[in-house]
Ligand binder design. Structure first.
Ligand code: AG3
Length: 285
């Protein structure tokens, strides 16, 4: 007989679904100035980080998301040297970006320092590269950062945020994308986590419209599994100044580092778009 308090559950009310993980215990709970952070030890997924009741990551399966949020964009860009990560305070994306030897500078900008402090403690494997001299961590508002930044100064912006509620809401609108467009160099692109096509089609359509209206002529949504997020099927959307549907396939096939999910075939496969997705994106312009 399983007791209710042995499980952490994230309910996704609009679609009457939920995802649960069996837990051993809660290790930490703390309200930062921005959000409520919780850390659990699970039975089978290692540690679990939850923000405002939403699953952020587990030790066991975060690689799907972090690899797809970084290597896809880095292998589309012809020669990425500077990368900004907006959000991403757990440092999982940062670690993947730093695997690229050609990258000279990575700036991680998360508004909430507590995310990083807890990650250093409970997810040290994600923070293993934080001392890399190419990495810089800032704990400030990413929206303000791109507003104030110098034009033409970054190759790739990765938006590794929570859902579009609370502090992340302003990361899903046209003003933010327009500021990103200005900061990006000629081959530049933004890649942003874009929720689930099963549950959030309207949001995806709004996001893509906003990206286009902000001046990005090329869009590509990538699909990948992520069992701990609502519906278990997640996506990232890339908006580029140049075409973003082809990538440096040979370089990806010969990547000089290890990954657990990403490879050149996975990259190619993630470009395949479901019929209902195409239809909905067309219908919404
Ligand atoms: N960022 C994506 C969070 C979205 C999850 N949504 C949810 N559980 N409802 C995760 C941060 C990992 N670096």
């Amino acid at each position: 007989m399983l007791e209710k308090n042995q499980w952490f559950t994230e309910v996704y009310a609009p679609d009457g679904s939920a995802f649960s993980l069996k837990i051993k215990r809660k290790l930490h709970e703390e309200q930062s100035p921005f959000q409520l952070l919780e850390i659990y030890e699970t039975e089978h997924f290692g540690y679990l980080m939850v923000i405002d009741g939403y699953v952020m990551l587990t030790s066991r399966d975060n690689f799907f998301y972090h690899e797809m949020m970084s290597h896809t964009a880095l292998f589309i860009h012809p020669d990425p040297k500077t990368v900004w990560i907006i959000g991403g305070g757990d440092c999982g994306t940062l670690k993947e970006v730093l695997k690229h030897p050609g990258v000279e500078k990575v700036l991680q900008i998360d508004i909430d320092e507590l995310v990083t402090r807890l990650s250093e403690h409970y997810f040290p494997e994600l923070c293993a590269s934080n001392a890399d001299p190419r990495a810089e961590l800032k704990f400030i508002d990413g929206i303000q950062w791109v507003k104030d930044a110098t034009a033409d100064s970054v190759d790739i912006i990765i938006v590794d945020s929570t859902d579009p509620v609370g502090p992340a809401e302003g990361l899903f609108n046209e003003d933010f994308y327009r500021d990103c467009f200005t900061c990006l160099t000629d081959n530049g692109m933004i890649i942003q986590q874009s929720e689930s096509s099963l549950f959030h089609l309207q949001l995806q359509s709004d996001m893509r419209n906003a990206m286009q209206n902000a001046g990005f002529p090329h869009l590509q949504t990538l699909f990948f599994p992520q069992c701990v997020y609502p519906s278990g099927w997640w996506s990232a959307t890339i908006a580029g100044k140049q075409a973003v549907s082809s990538f440096r396939r040979n370089d990806a096939a010969k990547k000089p580092f290890e990954t657990q999910y990403y490879n050149s075939d996975i990259h190619q496969a993630s470009l395949a778009q479901p019929e209902f997705f195409n239809k909905a994106m067309q219908a919404n312009g």
